[in-house]
Design a protein around this ligand. Structure first.
Ligand code: NAP
Length: 518
């Protein structure tokens, strides 16, 4: 018995070598400086007073999706950058930009250098449709288009042709699809006041795009967007039409509807026939408040009909029950897309789960356009040495602990390796979702520390930041510290002030690295 107690005390003492009383720092590396990475770093620093957290990112700039994904006309969403900056400026935290996991440093090396490695590098690739014509010019993923207008240095040369046609087809009906539709249809005078990249603003100012088709393979009861984002697009129509009728359109319990935030002079088209619901749909709508709100908004937009068209009018078409079959090449064989060949669909319930999938009917129709944006979801990519579930597109994990399939379904926990954000749960959720996600992963880390999971490595100190710096120096990797980002930030704000914008983003690797090093 006494032996047991002695063992317990010894183990606790041992484990506590990582506690706040310990002289030994807990070395943590967070890979990826988006919301999931920063929320994790913040929570680790708070929970473990002896933790030293290094955040690495392949870009010279921090903040991931907040900088490259959030639409420029959503500045309020970007305010979280202030909170993340405070984390980066914590004495126990460091940022190393321009450091790519997999080339500048391997996962194996990071695990050797740090007690805890938290992977938060998100989803930087795209799901593919795998249908003919996907590689035609003019077919882009929404991610590329978003990165282009947000000044991501990997997409600043995208140069989408917005002048040759008045029609764009967007595949998918999630919030990213709404973002790209809004940017394409928005008045450029409004966009000019945002931090949109100057190359994108110039192209949009000259754009001849007047019609955007948002095409979903399922129906309005399954649309993937959320009500707040949808309302932004639709508000203007309600106001336009209710003002014309001299009445205020009823928006039950909807205070936001009182402000007109939508796109002016936008005509929204939805076929009333598509609003027909089946008993399964009814059940879904009854039980899911978010879907119900979206469905109600779409119904109202459909029933409002078209207002008097004007020459400046832009059109947004919600098209349901169509799945892309192939992309249509242009007649002159110049390798450019000229439209999408769709198959009409019906929904089929999977078992009695309530989930309905789209199945083809054998009936087809074409939609001509000059550009297609595939907004069907982002995709994470693995790095060497990382267990990865290719089917789900995530790192297999239990509450953020990375697990490995060893054999016959048996799993093993990868000691000291954790995952958070889109890499952990797939590419869904808003920025705040990452807060809860980070909470879960950091709780797992804390539990593992308490349980002595790292005990075998304790005697062996880890090199942490110093080891990383040595390794990067040895490879002549010019990392960008947070002070380098602050120089970029300062310069972008200075350039922005000359154009009455919050910032003018530097959009090339060369400019970013040059200013960071000045
Ligand atoms: P998403 O919400 O998952 O939407 C993906 C869309 O693509 C769905 O309409 C889906 O249809 C469709 N799709 C998927 N595979 C398809 C296929 N093979 N053929 C045709 N259509 C296909 O993804 P997202 O729009 O990229 O957004 C990612 C996450 O970021 C979401 O959680 C979103 O809410 C969030 N986000 C939030 C904001 C905001 O809060 N303002 C802004 C942007 C993004 P099915 O439903 O039929 O699968």
């Amino acid at each position: 018995m006494r032996q047991g107690v002695a063992f317990y005390l010894a183990r606790n003492l041992f484990c506590r070598s990582f506690s706040s009383l310990s002289p030994h720092p807990l070395h943590v590396c967070v890979v990826g400086s988006g919301p999931a990475g920063f929320y994790s770093a913040e929570k680790i620093l708070k929970a473990h007073q002896n933790a030293r957290v290094d955040i690495i990112d392949r870009l010279p700039t921090p903040f991931g999706l907040v900088r490259s994904g959030v639409a420029p006309d959503h500045p309020e969403t970007k305010i979280v950058i202030n909170q993340f900056s405070r984390v980066a400026l914590n004495d126990r935290c460091s940022f190393f930009g321009n450091v790519t996991l997999g080339s500048a440093v391997s996962l194996y090396e990071l695990r050797e250098l740090y007690h805890v490695v938290v992977l938060a590098y998100g989803a930087e690739s795209d799901r593919n449709l795998g249908i003919p014509g996907e590689d035609l010019a003019g077919v882009y993923s929404a991610r590329e288009f978003v990165w282009w207008y947000n000044g991501h240095p990997d997409c600043s040369h995208l140069s989408p042709d917005l002048k040759s046609s008045d029609t764009v087809v967007v595949l998918g009906q999630g919030n990213v699809a709404l973002d790209v539709a809004r940017v394409l249809l928005q008045q450029t005078t409004e966009l000019a006041k945002t931090d949109i990249a100057s190359h994108a603003l110039a192209a949009l100012e000259e754009s001849s795009v007047r019609k955007v088709y948002l095409v979903g393979r399922r129906g309005p009861a399954q649309a993937a967007c959320t009500a707040k984002e949808l309302r932004e697009l639709l508000d203007a129509i309600y106001f336009l039409r209710s003002a014309k009728r001299g009445s205020i359109l009823e928006y039950p319990n909807d205070s936001q509807a009182k402000s007109n935030t939508g796109i002016k002079d936008l005509n929204v088209h939805i076929k009333e026939a598509d609003l027909h619901t089946t008993p399964v749909d009814e059940e879904v709508l009854k039980n899911n408040r978010i879907q119900r709100r979206v469905y109600e908004l779409l119904s109202k937009a459909a029933l409002s009909g078209s207002s008097c068209p004007s020459s400046s009018q832009r059109e947004l078409h919600f098209v349901f029950f169509r799945k892309p079959d192939h992309f249509i090449p242009s007649d002159d064989n110049n390798g450019h897309v000229a439209g999408v060949h769709f198959e009409k669909t019906v929904l089929q319930e999977v078992g009695d789960s309530g989930k309905q999938i789209a199945v083809g009917t054998g009936q087809f129709e074409d939609l001509r356009c000059g550009m297609v944006l595939k907004s069907i979801g982002y995709k994470s990519v693995p790095v060497d040495g990382l267990p990865f579930d290719g089917h789900k597109g995530i790192v297999p994990n239990i509450q953020g602990r990375v697990i490995n399939n060893v054999s016959d379904g048996a799993t093993q926990i990868e000691k000291g390796l954790y995952v958070v954000g889109w890499l952990k749960r797939g590419p869904t959720g808003i920025i705040a979702t990452n807060l809860y996600c980070a909470e879960e992963t950091v709780s797992s880390i804390s539990e593992d520390l308490d349980q002595g999971v790292f005990a075998s490595g304790i005697g062996s100190q880890k090199a942490g930041r110093e080891g990383l710096l040595q390794l990067l120096d040895g490879r002549n990797c010019k990392y960008v510290p947070f002070s380098g980002w602050e120089r970029i930030d300062c310069e972008e704000k200075r350039l922005g002030s000359l154009r009455n914008k919050p910032r003018e983003k530097l959009t090339t690797w060369k400019d970013l690295l040059k200013v960071a090093a000045e």
